[in-house]
Design a protein around this ligand. Structure first.
Ligand SMILES: [Zn+2]
Length: 292
């Protein structure tokens, strides 16, 4: 069975080709020698072919015997993993001659999709979770609320806010306060991330003009457009701008008013309205660097 299957694969020389090279068999003795030579050669070739194709059980058995006779005992089971790691390659068919379209990349955004920071649902959702106060002074609790429909990850936003509020460069180093995040209704502060439309409503009677953020009563309202894109003066450092935004508005809640840039090329006070321009000062998010 092995020999026949191997022959069908065409791995051995074609007998017809040998006969033609012999010139039609005019000398029978010579032909006999050549026939013997052919037989020996063919067997040798077949043996080699069998060893080189260990992808079937019976051929693997033969190969195992050859290897065992040559050197070490064979430990591979007859019905287990093939001795050689030859991977069967499927035979191409007509069906696959046309190149398949590349699979869509999961990291590529659908065409035309943009993060939503402007379409307002008008509904707020509290980000669930709790971040324990890291200081020992008076606890000030806050909860994070995000307008539904915004392309923002609530957990990431909450983590960013808490990191800013508890940063050693932040208000906790100046005020006797320790910030703790909660999702309870009785939080001292509500830190809200909203579209420009909802920001304007929640900030009334202040005029935020769809561009800036505010603090009114217990509400710190952060404009999602600024949160996403910052301002040109921050030169792409959105993370730093977000910290400025949080510290500036929470600074109002702690009783701070506005200040201005008094010396060019020095850090801007965190209580300066930096969103409206830096007036020659440098971007700064931290009250310990320059608070007022
Ligand atoms: Zn302000």
């Amino acid at each position: 069975m092995t020999t026949r299957r191997t022959g069908q694969r065409g791995d051995a020389p074609a007998p017809g080709a040998v006969r033609q090279r012999d010139g039609g068999g005019r000398h029978s003795r010579k032909k006999s020698y050549k026939a013997q030579w052919f037989s020996v050669t063919a067997l040798a070739v077949l043996g080699t072919v069998v060893v080189m194709h260990p992808d079937a059980t019976n051929r693997r058995s033969l190969a195992a015997e050859v290897v065992a006779g040559a050197s070490a005992p064979v430990t591979a089971p007859v019905t287990g993993v093939p001795i050689s790691a030859v991977t069967p390659v499927p035979t191409p068919t007509q069906k696959f001659t046309t190149p398949l379209r590349p699979a869509p990349s999961l990291t590529r955004q659908p065409k035309g999709s943009k993060p939503n920071v402007t379409v307002s649902s008008g509904k707020l959702a509290v980000v669930p979770g709790f971040d324990k106060a890291s200081g020992v002074r008076d606890k000030l609790t806050y909860r994070v609320e995000i307008e539904q429909g915004l392309s923002l990850n609530g957990a990431v936003v909450a983590a960013t806010i808490h990191k800013t509020l508890t940063d050693p460069r932040g208000w906790q180093a100046i005020h006797p306060v320790s910030f703790e995040r909660t999702d309870k209704a009785d939080a001292d502060l509500r830190i809200i991330l909203a579209t420009p439309t909802l920001t304007d409503k929640l900030c009334l009677p202040l005029d935020t003009g769809g561009e800036v953020s505010c603090r009114v009563e217990d509400r710190v309202v952060l404009n999602a457009k600024r949160w996403m894109y910052a301002i040109p003066a921050y030169d792409g450092d959105v993370s730093l701008y977000r910290s400025y935004l949080v510290n500036h508005e929470v600074g109002h809640a702690l009783g701070h008013g506005h200040s201005t840039c008094t010396k060019a090329k020095t850090p801007a006070p965190v209580m300066m309205q930096q969103t409206k321009g830096l007036a020659g000062c440098l971007p700064n998010a931290w009250p310990t660097i320059k608070a007022t």
